[in-house]
Write a protein that binds this ligand. Structure first.
Ligand code: ADP
Ligand code: MG
Length: 131
């Protein structure tokens, strides 16, 4: 079983979409290994997105991620990383396939409802960051 990290971001949390997203996680066959609600500090968010430090959106992203509550989930499944990225859709909700979580609940490229790890290795590193 592979591990991926999911985050219900502050936009989706504020909009009251956490329950629907957790239902979707379960119906897509993921096991919730760990789950907690957190409000990241700016430093927590900066550490999590360290890989994006040199990108122009780093400050906007880390301000957003520390702007309110999130739900962080460590998920297990066969092919968890690619399956979760399939379920969430493209980074830009306008480009995300119909029915994906970002198409349903995301607003724009920054406020795109959920996070998903990009590799099995990062799934473990990111889960260990929070749990
Ligand atoms: P993904 O979350 O799909 O893996 P990235 O790893 O490229 O996407 O980016 C991490 C997060 O940074 C995105 O989910 C999004 O919230 C934010 N982001 C990415 N690109 C932009 C951008 N051009 N402008 C603002 N925010 C962005
Ligand atoms: Mg990414």
């Amino acid at each position: 079983m592979e591990t991926t990290l999911a985050i219900i971001k502050p936009d989706a949390y504020k909009d009251g979409n956490s329950g629907k997203i957790i239902d979707r996680i379960i119906s897509e066959g993921f096991t919730i290994k760990e789950m907690k609600q957190i409000h990241m500090t700016k430093e927590n968010a900066e550490g999590f997105y360290e890989v994006h430090r040199d990108r122009p959106f780093y400050d906007e992203l880390t301000n957003f991620m520390s702007s309110g509550n999130c739900v962080v989930l460590s998920l297990g499944r066969d092919n968890a990383v690619s399956k979760w990225r399939e379920v969430i859709g493209a980074t830009n909700p306008e480009e995300a396939a119909e029915g994906t979580i970002r198409a349903l609940y995301g607003k724009n490229t920054g406020n795109n409802a959920v996070h998903g790890s990009d590799s099995a290795e990062n799934g473990m590193i990111e889960s260990n960051y929070f749990f």
